[in-house]
Design a protein around this ligand. Structure first.
Ligand SMILES: Cc1ncc(COP(=O)(O)O)c(C=O)c1O
Length: 413
């Protein structure tokens, strides 16, 4: 067998990095051994185009069965009429949802990026904004929460063909029934992108948009703890348009290897232990928010109803990027993020996003969130003190090491 020491060294360096740092990136998680082993290399040897029972190549009976299983599990878990498990990523799923429901050039009313929307549905740089006219609603400037009356007024004015809900960094709750009313009032399709919160929805700890939205998109690797891919759910009348928009309009080959990983993640998400995990994710985020506030940080919307906290650094001496860079020096990994009505820019914003999905998978509880908030505060206060940063980095690593047994357990499972 050929070996590749150069690549192996890089991979091992990443494994070491992950074992010594605390991952607070809201979009990250650790996949389980079951998900990892489901993505067997033999499945990558299958060339698949089309859908189960309607493939363009022969020898697909096992691929068909795997994809059908993933579809059935997605439908059951999310209570969805139709599921497509082929989208390569969440952003592609969003383009597909638009292609399936909006005429080229039609208006889509999405959630502005600074309010918490994702750039693929609320920005002007993504393919979606080249194919469609993206208009946006935002949060209320004072409460930093969604103002449904204002969204309604905007929708009446713009008459969009689609209204998109869902977020990448909004810490309030979504009222899907009100968005449904707004969409109905202007004859628009309602699309929900729940990439961040898919796992929380699957475990029923936050509200499920499937009852209300015509099309629901999600990436599968965040709170859902699956592989880096996506799922689209929809009401039956949209099923043909969605399937066709996936293949052949936007994508070709089907990644059966990844779909097997999705099927495994959906199986895990249906277990009672996953609900316990999701409840802990929420409890940890609430505890992290509370502890950060006790250190004097101002949080966007005042707190959180999901797995993420957004720190507003507008009045601080450092930008979001500077804060994220110094936190990485002590092993606290997170990302800078735009915040409502930010005076900064998407690439140099004034916010910092911290999430609890990955640390909760490691086994961290509320008391560890208090330690993380303290390490965050000390790091940001010691940005120019190299000796102090090294001291904090040691303490962060010690905290991380308390959970090396969870990784061991995961590896042996
Ligand atoms: C709401 C939302 N949609 C889409 C995406 C993009 O997903 P992907 O990386 O799978 O393209 C993200 C990523 O963070 C997200 O938060």
């Amino acid at each position: 067998m050929t070996t590749d020491p150069e690549l192996l060294a890089l991979i091992n360096a990443e494994v070491d990095f992950q074992r010594t740092t605390i991952n607070l990136t809201a979009a990250c998680n650790y996949i389980s051994p079951l998900v990892s082993s489901a993505m067997r290399r033999e499945l990558s040897n299958i060339h698949c185009e089309g859908y189960p029972g309607k493939r363009f190549h022969q020898g697909q009976q096992n691929a068909d069965a795997i994809e059908r299983l993933a579809i059935k599990r997605a439908q059951t878990l999310f209570n969805a009429e139709h599921a497509n498990v082929q989208p390569y990523r969440g952003t592609m799923a969003n383009v597909i949802a638009s292609v399936a429901s909006v005429k080229p050039g039609g208006t889509i009313l999405g959630f502005a990026c600074d309010g918490g929307g994702h750039y693929s549905t609320g920005g002007n740089v993504h393919l979606n904004s080249r194919l469609f006219n993206i208009e946006t609603y935002n949060v209320d400037q004072d409460s930093q929460l969604l103002d449904y009356a204002a969204i309604h007024a905007l929708a009446k004015d713009l008459k969009p063909q689609a209204v998109v809900g869902g977020d990448t960094s909004y810490t309030g709750q979504w009222d899907w029934s009100v968005l449904r009313e707004i969409a109905d009032d202007c004859n628009a399709v309602l699309i929900a992108d729940v990439s961040q919160t898919a796992g929380l929805i699957a475990s029923k700890v936050i509200s499920n948009p499937c009852e209300y939205a015509d099309i629901v998109t999600m990436s599968t690797y965040k709170t859902l703890r699956g592989p880096r891919a996506a799922i689209i759910l929809c009401k039956e009348p949209y099923s043909q348009a969605v399937d066709r928009a996936v293949f052949p309009v936007c994508q070709d080959g089907t990644n059966i290897q990844t779909i097997a990983g999705i099927a495994a993640a959906l199986h895990e998400a249906a277990q009672p232990a996953f609900r316990t995990y999701c409840r802990q994710v929420l409890a940890n985020a609430a505890a992290l928010a509370e502890a950060l506030r006790s250190f004097g940080y101002s949080l966007v919307s005042g707190g959180t109803h999901n797995h993420a906290c957004m720190i507003n650094l507008s009045d601080a001496q450092m930008s979001g990027n500077e804060a994220a860079i110094v936190l990485a020096k002590t092993g606290l990994i997170c990302n800078s993020n735009i915040i409502p009505y930010d005076t900064g820019t998407p690439v140099n914003p004034n916010g910092l996003r911290l999430g609890t999905a990955a640390v909760t998978t490691l086994g961290m509880k509320v008391q560890h969130m208090e330690q993380i908030a303290m390490h965050t505060y000390r790091t940001l206060e010691s940005a120019n003190d190299t000796a102090e940063l090294m001291k904090i980095a040691n303490e962060v690593e010690k905290l991380r090491n308390q959970f090396s047994h969870s990784e061991q357990r995961m590896a042996e499972a």
